[in-house]
Ligand binder design. Structure first.
Ligand code: ATP
Ligand code: MG
Length: 291
């Protein structure tokens, strides 16, 4: 039986005012058993791998995938499982942590720009320039460290300008062949608690636990407000956000993989075709090799 995965229902519509309390963190899973999940994931990975090959061969579009989420939402797991079948040569992953002094000496889009995917490649940003309107919006004092001339306080217009810079930047990339898809892994506060506890209780997971995560957890409401404002302002037809229910890791992986497949399929990628002269030349070379 062919199970159809509908990722589009989680796409944030351009111009909509997103309310995360109305977006589910948990939905009926698309798989009905662990085995079924395995089969579906394999099918998705095969499809992705085929599409990636075409992206690489066509060498004209690039795909940028952006992942944002609260801690323990499963970003790493999504990357590991969904991108597992992809040819590593055609894929680059970058993780963005606290900015360095050099980063802070530039505008807020600078450090990610040098990491953008080349034509024919898939680039993955594990966190991104969106941190600049998420963690930085929740901790507006961080803006002071950026020494922006004339900056006094981070009020509404300041963030509106940042959203606009992002939308303009993404539009520019789109016009030049980079397709962008953005994922917010939508985890409930309750499920995060469960996962953080597991990191404490299971000694193999202790290394994943960070005291800082608890401090950010206390600011949950502020983070949700920042995510809502950010996704409402920056989800566009060309660079959409997906608010993916993430309480069930397996289901989240299947939904993300489908959204990536949808994006690549929409590019209508074909293998490059040789013109008549090149085909003749190739035939001739084949004949000589065969001798
Ligand atoms: P893990 O799942 O392993 O915890 P992570 O992505 O949370 O991965 P960490 O090293 O725990 O990685 O955290 C990176 C931290 O860097 C996050 O708290 C994030 O908010 C912060 N960060 C990223 N970009 C910026 C930025 N531009 N300004 C300030 N903080 C940032
Ligand atoms: Mg972390």
């Amino acid at each position: 039986m062919k199970t159809k995965i509908d990722a589009d229902r989680f796409r944030v519509r351009q111009g909509s005012r997103l309310r995360l309390t109305r977006c589910p963190t948990d939905v009926a899973p698309v798989y009905d058993s662990k085995d079924h999940y395995g089969e579906l994931l394999e099918r998705q990975v095969d499809q992705l791998s085929e599409l990636q090959e075409r992206l690489y061969a066509a060498d004209s579009y690039a795909l940028l995938l952006i992942f944002q989420a609260m801690d323990a939402a499963g970003k790493d797991g999504v990357l590991k499982h969904v991108m597992s079948g992809i040819n590593p040569q055609g894929c680059q992953v970058f993780s963005f942590k606290h900015p360095s002094a050099t980063d802070l000496d530039h505008d807020f889009l600078w450090r990610t720009t040098t990491c953008l995917p080349e034509r024919g490649r898939i680039g993955i940003f594990n966190r991104s320039y969106y941190e600049e309107v998420l963690v930085v919006r929740v901790h507006p004092n961080l803006v002071r460290g950026q020494r922006i001339p004339g900056f006094t306080t981070a009020r509404g217009p300041f963030w509106k300008d940042r959203y606009q810079s992002i939308v303009d930047f993404e539009r520019h990339l789109g016009r030049n062949g980079t397709r962008i898809v953005k994922f917010y892994l939508h985890l409930s506060k309750k499920e995060q608690r469960k996962r953080l506890l597991a990191r404490i209780e299971d000694s193999d997971k202790n290394w994943k636990f960070s005291v800082g995560d608890l401090e950010e957890r206390r600011l949950w409401r502020q983070y949700m407000a920042a995510y809502e404002a950010c996704m409402s302002a920056t989800s566009t037809a060309e660079a959409p956000w997906y608010a993916v229910p993430a309480d069930d890791k397996k289901n989240a992986r299947l939904i993300v993989s489908q959204a990536i497949i949808d994006a690549l399929t929409s590019l209508k990628l074909t293998y490059p075709e040789l013109d008549a002269a090149a085909r003749r030349q190739l035939k001739e070379i084949g004949r000589q090799l065969a001798k």
